[in-house]
Design a protein around this ligand. Structure first.
Ligand code: GTP
Length: 337
């Protein structure tokens, strides 16, 4: 059954370190096959050349700023190709030009996912901010930061104390804010490592392993992120659980798990930022209540447990309506392919 491939948009002002972050993801892919769409601005595809050779598939949109494209067909077609099961990619990263308008790009991506790119899933907006930029420069981006599913505060090595900037970003960002050096974001925060392709233990080294060994410093450079697992034995109420997901728990960037609602078979639930996806669980998966994992930064484990407890189904209502959750059900046509 083909899965949908998450498409993550990486945006941020010129020179904040977007290409550095994309290159880091490619070097650290560790069995995850990453496709990259680079939105070059200008005649020379500098970004494409920088990442070329490291990507599983690099595609350059040579015609300039993506937000100036009059129709979304260019992007939708590209994403359809990159996320087709035959491309065997696990993650697609779209690196926006520093000049592209992220709001417009998110709209283009969502249109593409709803239309031609039927094997793609919207994977969220990652906004990169430069800690070393002039004071106030980050403030100009407040609007974009409010849209971000994940804010990466890059170049923290360039400031003596990143704490004040971190605090001000956390005050406005709806999702987690991760301080990093040289774009060291762990790809596992964006996509699950596939079980099928482990780097070989012996014999010929894979390209991923070679790249990692060339960059041993990266081993310790990952931004700190956490996960919290919550398991419950009793079913959840669909309306309460949908409200919990829609509110976006503090610090959570991704969540995934299996949930049972009264009178129904279990559902697989996934969220990335504000995007919620639900589908019936495979027959092999069974839970009496909920098994959920939350990924992000600054997570409040006790708060998440309490919030899930507050979603418990009311035993007096054996068959509550599933509509609040089914609104987020993925289209069946992908599973039917
Ligand atoms: N000191 C320091 N320099 C960094 C860091 N991350 C990136 N850089 C440098 O900052 C410069 C810009 O990085 P890029 O990754 O090209 O930035 P970008 O956002 O892709 O730039 P545009 O594509 O022009 O928008 C490069 O010289 C990087 O080597 C960091 O964490 N610390």
């Amino acid at each position: 059954m083909p899965r949908r491939v998450p498409v993550v948009l990486v945006a941020g002002r010129l020179g904040v370190g977007k290409s550095t972050l994309v290159n880091h993801l490619l070097r650290r892919a560790d069995g995850i096959r990453v496709g990259v769409v680079v939105n070059d601005f200008g005649a020379i595809g500098i970004d494409a050349m920088l990442v070329a050779g490291q990507a599983s598939a690099v595609t350059s949109l040579a015609d300039g700023c993506l937000c100036c494209t009059t129709d979304a067909n260019g992007l939708a077609g590209l994403l359809a190709e990159l996320t087709a099961p035959s491309a065997r990619l696990d993650l697609v990263v779209v690196e926006a030009s520093g000049l592209a308008e992220p709001r417009e790009l998110v709209r283009l991506l969502l249109d593409a996912v709803a239309g031609e790119a039927r094997h793609a899933a919207y994977g969220g907006l990652v906004v990169v901010v430069d800690a070393g930029a002039e004071p106030g420069a980050a403030g100009e981006q407040d609007g974009v930061i409010r849209l971000a599913d994940l804010v990466v505060l890059n170049q923290v090595d360039r400031v003596a104390d990143p704490a004040p900037l971190l605090a001000s970003l956390r005050a406005i960002a709806p999702g987690p804010v991760l301080p990093v050096v040289r774009g060291a974001l762990d790809p596992a925060l964006l996509v699950d490592p596939p079980a099928r392709r482990r780097p070989p233990r012996s014999g010929q080294l894979s390209f991923d392993v070679l790249l990692r060994e060339e960059h041993p410093a990266d081993e310790h450079a990952h931004a700190a992120w956490e996960s919290v697992a919550v398991e419950r034995d009793a079913p959840l109420d669909p309306a309460r659980f949908a409200t919990f997901l829609e509110a976006g728990p503090a610090g959570v960037f991704r969540s995934k798990g299996v949930v049972r609602f009264p009178g129904a078979a279990p559902f697989v639930v996934q969220t990335v930022g504000t995007a919620i996806r639900v589908r019936p669980a495979p027959r092999s998966v069974d839970v009496a209540g909920a098994r959920l994992v939350f990924l992000g930064a600054g997570l409040d484990g006790a708060g998440l447990e309490a919030a899930i407890d507050a979603c418990a189904a009311d035993p007096a209502r054996p068959e509550p309506s599933l509509l609040p959750v089914l609104r987020y059900e993925e289209s069946e046509r992908v599973d039917a392919v």
